[in-house]
Design a protein around this ligand. Structure first.
Ligand SMILES: C[S@@+](CC[C@H](N)C(=O)[O-])C[C@H]1O[C@@H](n2cnc3c(N)ncnc32)[C@H](O)[C@@H]1O
Length: 322
């Protein structure tokens, strides 16, 4: 059996008998006014973070959700899209599609604003999405792509890129590893299916996004996810997994490389009221300006006395106050 078949079998099992706490961290899912999440749907929260960022979801976007699970995030996206077919959710596991369909019917009973036609569930997989080129505003996946071997991850990211409209966004949440996961764990297909042993390091994960063509990546959250201990995982040292929430934009890659925003800022502290690097970065004396990691590195190297670079907060939303 291939690891993808093991994965399909595993998710068929947990579609029929929910495994509470399988992937999620111990926090309740995003609550929104007048949104009620049915109990059964909440039990099937198999995501490690969230991909639903309200600020990304203005103007009733068309959302493609890859790997529907129990339908929790499909429902949350439908809250913003609110029109028939506004959310298309694909999953190759028929038991999971059935479970999501049932959960969304329960949701319709508890949420007067929601109609099941708002989420269209299709048979399909991440490697050949049943969607024409450049037709959706948002692609989202939570806790699925980390299961894929690196070459398959590239295929899945290329598919997401293909179906996004220019300027569209890929919203992802996945575990990442704080050091490379040893091969005895990587080869364990069941652990991989459970989102515990396929994770890449942060650098490898971002590199995959950049290689597929995303010109801008923003990190929304990075937090502890699971600890692989020495006893149960045959490790010399415990290995911390983190979950990473990100938004990647289908915009052209600048000549000097993709912009990765991790929450760094640049603060000018020189002799003039304003600093201008003639490359689009204008800093006011003493006022932090959000910069991508590439710009942060360049400014730190070129003006070490005049510019302070703050560390990554791992939370960047693009928002400012003025
Ligand atoms: C870890 S669960 C995540 C479910 C959901 N995203 C959530 O946050 O609750 C992975 C989901 O991906 C589905 N899946 C497995 N292999 C897939 C593939 N090749 N393409 C798309 N979905 C797949 C599984 O059936 C399952 O619904």
């Amino acid at each position: 059996m291939s690891y993808l078949e093991t994965t399909a079998q595993f998710y068929s099992e947990v579609a029929q008998t929910p495994e509470v706490g399988l992937c999620c961290v111990q926090s309740s899912p995003l609550q929104l006014p007048e949104l009620r999440i049915p109990c059964r749907m909440q039990e099937m929260n198999y995501g490690c973070g969230t991909t639903v960022h309200p600020a990304e979801l203005a103007n009733q976007p068309t959302v493609l959700y890859v790997g529907v699970g129990g339908g929790l995030e499909a429902l949350q996206f439908a809250y913003f899209s609110r029109h028939p077919g506004g959310v298309i959710a694909v999953d190759p596991v028929s038991a999971m599609r059935d479970a999501a369909t049932r959960n969304l019917e329960l949701a319709a009973r508890e949420n007067p604003w929601f109609d099941p036609s708002f989420v269209e569930i299709r048979d399909g997989d991440a490697f050949s999405l049943p969607i024409p080129d450049a037709t959706v505003d948002i692609v989202a996946q939570n806790c699925l792509f980390n299961i894929f071997e690196p070459a398959d991850l590239t295929k899945a990211l290329q598919e997401a890129y293909r179906v996004l409209k220019p300027g569209g966004r890929l919203l992802m949440s996945d575990p990442i590893a704080t050091r490379p996961i040893p091969s005895h764990l990587r080869q364990d297909e069941r652990l991989r299916a459970m989102c515990l042993s396929g994770a890449l390091t942060y650098e490898e994960y971002i590199q995959h996004l950049v290689e597929v063509g995303f010109g801008q990546v923003e990190i929304r959250a990075r937090r502890p996810y699971r600890l692989l201990d020495c006893q149960n995982y045959s490790l010399a040292e415990p290995l911390l997994l983190e979950s990473l929430d990100s938004v990647s934009f289908k915009v052209p890659i600048p000549e000097d490389g993709s912009c990765i925003f991790t929450g760094k800022t640049a603060i000018y502290m020189g002799q003039e009221p304003i600093f201008d690097d003639s490359a689009g970065h204008v800093l006011q004396l003493g006022v932090p300006a959000a910069v991508c990691d590439k710009t942060a590195e360049k400014l730190a190297a070129s003006h070490p006395q005049d510019i302070l670079i703050t560390t990554s907060t791992w939370h960047y939303t693009g928002g400012g106050c003025c």
